[in-house]
Design a protein around this ligand. Structure first.
Ligand SMILES: Nc1nc2c(ncn2[C@@H]2O[C@H](COP(=O)(O)OP(=O)(O)OP(=O)(O)O)[C@@H](O)[C@H]2O)c(=O)[nH]1
Ligand SMILES: [Mg+2]
Length: 306
């Protein structure tokens, strides 16, 4: 890949608002002239407004100033290139020992109300089906009216079967049944949709803890992934909820949705810094295809193209 370009048009389109805001606030950074000291000051402010968090913005700027003092930042293009590397490094979380492949592979999807869980499951299921996997969706949001029908509609759109009980049924029982069905049918992947819950609701958080425990007893290693879906338009305010979810169900990955609707895309940096959990995907729209796999270098290139 040529540095500074991105082969991911969807990611690039999704980050349009954030990129635009950076361009407006730190215009000189996007030019081609020699670097002025004021350019870096503008940049620091622009990063803070993009919701990276003050500490992350300051740390990145320190790296740039260091480089400038060493004569390594002659012009704006060099500053962009250095910043891209800085961003990509900060977003790269070392992966632990990879988990053994399991069948079914169970993915639990969590988040507060309306963050985009069900839509994201539709998109993830679509990707999995398209790559030839057999997929089952578990309608474990038995709480919100019409949540089951919403998941069933996504199942139909992407060609995945849905295991559902009645409204108000025990969510853990639904997840448990889905696991059984998946094992009986040789299903590759199970996505469990859960009800939106505020991290402050103790009983609902306990319900999650129970679900994780029961899944692990039934199929050692399950859930193989616990994905937290965060609404990017909330910016860094999602940190408190993310930490609480992480305590109850240790997260393996993050998905930031609605990145297309916000200029606060810089929050990705602050969130990864605070949680040390990798971002797996970005939601960049409401359609089946509007999910961009996350790559630190592609993200940096989409934010700061040449
Ligand atoms: N623009 C945009 N909208 C999104 C994205 N992801 C989800 N949405 C919209 O956000 C709204 C809520 O999505 P849902 O998938 O129902 O959210 P949820 O977390 O399942 O909601 P609850 O189950 O009620 O907690 C819907 O209108 C989606 O179309 C995204 O990446 N971009
Ligand atoms: Mg939902």
């Amino acid at each position: 890949m040529v540095e500074g370009t991105t082969p991911f048009p969807r990611l690039r389109a999704g980050l349009q608002k954030t990129r635009q805001a950076l361009r407006e606030k730190a215009a000189a950074l996007f030019g081609s002239g020699p670097l002025q000291p004021t350019t870096l000051e503008e940049l620091e402010e622009a990063l803070i407004q993009a919701d990276t968090g003050v500490a992350v913005a300051a740390a990145m700027l320190e790296a740039l100033r260091h480089r400038r003092q060493a004569g390594g930042l002659p012009d704006a293009a060099a500053a962009r290139s250095t910043l891209r590397k800085e961003i990509a490094t900060r977003l790269t979380i070392p992966e632990g020992v990879p988990r053994a492949v399991a069948k079914p592979w169970v993915v639990l999807v969590l988040g507060v109300n309306g963050s985009g869980k069900t839509t994201t499951i539709g998109k993830l299921a679509h990707r999995a089906v398209r790559s030839g996997e057999q997929v089952l969706l578990a309608a474990a949001d038995t709480f919100r009216a019409a949540a089951i029908e919403q998941l069933q509609a996504w199942g139909e759109r992407c060609g995945a079967e849905v295991i559902a009980h009645q409204a108000r049924a025990d969510p853990t029982a639904v997840a448990f049944d889905a696991l059984h069905a998946a094992r009986a049918r040789g299903t590759d992947r199970v996505f469990i949709d859960t009800a939106g819950r505020l991290h402050t609701k103790r009983n609902l958080m306990e319900e999650l803890r129970k679900m994780v425990r029961v899944l692990g007893k039934e199929l050692p290693g399950a859930p193989h992934e616990v994905l937290l879906v965060l609404d990017a338009t909330t910016g860094l305010n999602v940190l408190t909820q993310a930490r609480e979810f992480h305590l109850v169900a240790p997260l393996t990955g993050l998905i930031l949705t609605k990145i297309d609707g916000t200029a606060k895309g810089g929050a990705v940096l602050g969130i990864v810094e605070a949680l040390a959990v990798p971002v797996r995907f970005l939601g960049v729209g409401e359609d089946l295809e509007d999910l961009a796999p996350f790559s630190p270098t592609a993200f940096a290139a989409a934010l700061l193209p040449d």
